[in-house]
Design a protein around this ligand. Sequence first.
Ligand code: MN3
Length: 252
Amino acid sequence: MNTPDTPISRRHAIAGLSALGATSVLASTNAHAHTNALLTNTDLGWNQETKQFALLPLPYAYDALEPVIDEQTMRIHHDKHHNGYVKGVNNAMKQLEAIRWEQGDPALIQHWQRQLSFHMGGHVNHTLFWSGMKPEALGGGGQPTGNLSQVIKRDFGSFGKFAKQFTLAATKVEGSGWGWLVYEPVSRQLMVTQVQNQQDMMIAGAVPLLGVDVWEHAYYLKYQNRRADYVEAFMRIIDWEEISRRFEAARR
Ligand code: MN3
């Protein structure tokens, strides 16, 4: 599933995503344009002929992240919720295409643009979320090494200070959303951000590296209202090798 990030696969990803209507994607959901550097069309299940996304299987078994994330939560989260975003983005693209061909209601363009932004956010966020985790027993958690480790120290003071800010931001998201570690390419620094829903409050131009889903569907079966406990436990299953790979791709 992790296709080597070659220039060719990146070109295909950009070509695939531009089929969405480059203007709308770039304008309304800055996060997505930049994930082209991180995800390929293959990672997102994009089919150039049907111009539709598909839900790909998880990169591990449903119970692989036990006990941090339980099997039932993973099944429902991936098979139902993530699948809903895939269906939603496909439908929004179809509706916008119909409006372009004067077969849809132009009064609904704002509605379908919003749907496109929300569901594409959901598809990209979840794709990055699944591949950003691995079982504790296989080396998940701990701390990053190399360049990413040094830049975290430079920008946050220490790994501990980063972890404190990341978990606090994620825990304090108002309603449904995400906590993200992002790379801001203009100031060339790492930042922590909160995202509401799937896309709101993303920092313009920033590249998402590490995200924790704090929608209730991500943790409620096991943790109920204890979101802080879930976010704390999430730190034990981060795949820092994968996050480092994204960091190197983002700052190239
Ligand atoms: Mn989710």
